[in-house]
Design a protein around this ligand. Structure first.
Ligand code: NAG
Ligand code: NAG
Ligand code: NAG
Ligand code: NAG
Length: 333
């Protein structure tokens, strides 16, 4: 039993014991109230409460139905469980297609073997803790900092914590749009030509568009070159992650993904084309489970989402367009 489930039980016991008013006999409503308490959310009884409750019940049904079936991944309640997918999409994903297919490639495959499986989290202090983008379509900035943080750590042994907000506020000239979307490849270009990225401590994250406050003398991370992996070359991604460092990529998030809890995510709902990708993340490794190959991916929806903030997604099929625009930076040390 996870700590959250345990907390749930304790809360249930407390609420039952105190004759908590309003929970009623309705198990759905009791569960909703527990979920509200666990997620520190408050809706006063009224229209919004009713709407949230309906969304919650409808999501709960989808989750239960999915989990009763034979799937390679399980769904679960999470911080998004009182939202419709449409609402979720507006807050957390980008809405306009980014120039994913325009990312020209310069990745060159090398001779010789690379690992059959790898997990950079286990190889040393190479991956920063999972962060939380909040209600802002800035996933691309987290994918970017995560990738550069890891590339620098692997090259120097020093794990930095880099500033997403600088990318949100300052990287517009490279076709990035703050909380309304962008691409890691374009963000690496920005860092390259801008001559640096500041640390999270000096340029904290606010989850909203702001004015650029970059101070060149405070930059701590630099990029020497940007490597774009060829459109649809998932094997190239594998080689890059296996040989060099984690790789940024984008894919299409559909409703089933919003409820992801654990296991290897696969979907028939999502598309594979570059115009459909709407979320950027970071591949920190790859593995195989019962003959099913998968990517190990760092997300930016906090550590309580998915598997401690991570997810697995099927590897080898361009699942949800994950091989449409992958890239990584070569750090300037
Ligand atoms: C579940 O699905 C897998 C893969 O599709 C299949 O091999 C297996 O037999 C199924 N198990 C059951 C109990 O249906
Ligand atoms: C795509 O690239 C073109 C040409 O550089 C640019 O005008 C357009 O704004 C870009 N689209 C997005 C969504 O960034
Ligand atoms: C990599 O992609 C970015 C934008 O997605 C582009 O600006 C850059 O020119 C590409 N790099 C190479 C070497 O093609
Ligand atoms: C954020 O700023 C960008 C320009 O940098 C703009 O295109 C976008 O619409 C803004 N998004 C929001 C949610 O304000």
């Amino acid at each position: 039993m996870g700590p959250l489930a345990l907390l749930g039980l304790l809360l249930a016991a407390c609420l039952a014991g105190s004759g908590f008013a309003g929970g009623g006999g309705d198990p759905d409503e009791r569960l909703f109230r527990l979920w509200l308490a666990q997620n520190n959310k408050h809706y006063s009884l009224g229209e919004e409460y009713q709407q949230r409750f309906q969304n919650f019940v409808s999501n709960k049904r989808k989750i239960d139905k999915h989990n009763a079936g034979n799937h390679t991944f399980q769904m679960g309640l999470n911080a998004f469980s009182d939202m419709t997918f449409n609402e979720f999409r507006k807050k957390y994903l980008w809405h306009e297609p980014q120039n994913c297919s325009a990312t020209t490639s310069n990745f060159v495959s090398s001779a010789g073997p690379y690992p059959k499986t790898i997990d950079w989290r286990k190889k040393g202090k190479y991956v920063t803790p999972v962060k939380n983008q909040g209600p802002c379509g800035s996933c691309w900035t987290f994918s970017t900092t995560g990738c550069l943080e890891s590339a620098i750590a692997i090259a120097t042994g020093k794990l930095l914590n880099l500033a997403e907000q600088q990318l949100v506020d300052c990287a517009q000239n490279f076709n990035n749009h703050g909380c309304s979307g962008g691409l890691p490849s374009q963000a690496f270009e920005y860092i390259l030509y801008n001559k640096g990225l500041m640390g999270e401590d000096m340029y904290p994250y606010h989850a909203e568009n702001g004015t650029c406050k970059f101070q060149p003398q405070k930059a701590i991370a630099f990029v020497k070159d940007v490597i774009n992996i060829t459109l649809y070359d998932e094997q190239g991604m594998e080689e890059a992650v296996g040989r060099y460092n984690p790789v940024s990529f984008a894919f299409e998030v559909t409703e089933d993904f919003m409820h992801y809890k654990q296991g290897v995510y696969t979907s028939t709902q999502c598309d594979k084309t570059p115009d459909k990708v709407n979320h950027a993340v970071l591949a920190v490794g790859y593995g195989e489970e019962n003959g099913l190959p998968y990517w190990i991916v760092k997300n930016s929806w906090g550590f309580q989402w998915g598997m401690d903030g991570y997810f697995y997604i099927e590897r080898g099929k361009n699942m949800c367009g994950l091989a449409d625009c992958a890239s990584y930076p070569v750090p300037l040390i």
